[in-house]
Write a protein that binds this ligand. Structure first.
Ligand SMILES: NC(=O)c1ccc[n+]([C@@H]2O[C@H](COP(=O)([O-])OP(=O)(O)OC[C@H]3O[C@@H](n4cnc5c(N)ncnc54)[C@H](OP(=O)(O)O)[C@@H]3O)[C@@H](O)[C@H]2O)c1
Length: 239
């Protein structure tokens, strides 16, 4: 059984990726901070469907290196190795730079960038010991098209592009592939948005991002789709 770690697995895109990987026969270590007990609840439900041998929870704050290290040690103990890392955990504070407090700036950069470095740093030797692996980073179209009142978020996602491309070149001869996915608007509760039936149904579904992940994983290892841009087919027309 191949083993995956998914960060930010308790909601939205990370949850959809976790469910899809389980359906594809992967074992998954689902990681998040467990805000409001959400991770525990989600993983208990997934374990009732897929079994405790297939999925486990890791309470982890990707901003904290020792927390990330504990998550990888839990993965070693529970599943005995690692094949796939999905760096998905991410946050945004959408306000002007003048209004962005230093702690908000740090929270965005530390989650969306430092966390990806910490997880990749610890994943690579584990993947190398299994003769290969796959790291998929969830970026954003905000990593190529900047917009106002989003400087911290855009900076973190632009940086993720550079990180992913450099890492891709660094580990390719170890049979470790690196890709990044840049979604446009996805129908999740990101930054506290409310997801309601009948509202915003033009947006990308989180399951569509999970499909893109599976497409990457299924491609013959001789080839690598390094960057995926995915956007709503029919966003509301601008007046
Ligand atoms: N939704 C969009 O429109 C959109 C578009 C483009 C890109 N993206 C990217 O897609 C990724 C997922 O977004 P989403 O929409 O699925 O967000 P979401 O619904 O808000 O879910 C975020 C997940 O990340 C976890 N998380 C947040 N901070 C964390 C931390 N420090 N350590 C570990 N886990 C953490 C959350 O759980 P806890 O709170 O329990 O930690 C939750 O499981 C992000 O990287 C985001 O930038 C989203």
């Amino acid at each position: 059984m191949k083993v995956a770690i998914v960060t930010g697995a308790s909601a939205g895109i990370g949850l959809a990726i976790t469910e899809r990987l389980l359906a594809e026969g992967y074992a998954v270590l689902a990681a998040a901070r467990n805000s409001d007990g959400r991770l525990d609840k989600v993983v208990a439900e997934l374990q009732s469907r897929y079994g405790e041998q297939a999925v486990a929870a890791a309470v982890c704050d990707v901003r904290n290196f020792s927390s990330v290290r504990s998550m990888f040690e839990r993965c070693d103990e529970y599943f005995g190795g690692l094949d796939v890392l999905i760096n998905n955990a991410g946050i945004g504070h959408f306000k002007s730079i003048e209004q962005t407090a230093p702690e908000e700036w740090h929270a965005v950069i530390e989650t969306n960038l430092n966390g990806v470095y910490y997880c990749s740093h610890l994943a690579i030797p584990r993947m190398r010991s299994r003769s290969g692996g796959y790291i998929i980073n969830i970026g954003s179209l905000a990593g190529k098209e900047a917009f106002a009142n989003a400087a911290a978020y855009c900076a973190s996602k632009f940086a993720l592009v550079g990180f992913s491309e450099a890492l891709m070149q660094e580990v390719r001869y170890d049979n470790i592939r690196v890709s990044y996915i840049m979604p446009g608007s996805v129908r999740t509760s990101f930054t506290g948005r409310v997801v309601e039936a009948g509202v915003d149904e033009w947006k990308i579904a989180p399951e569509d991002i999970a499909q893109a992940v599976v497409n990457l994983l299924e491609l013959d290892p001789r080839s690598l789709i390094s960057r995926v841009e995915i956007r709503p087919s029919k966003p509301p027309k601008k007046a």
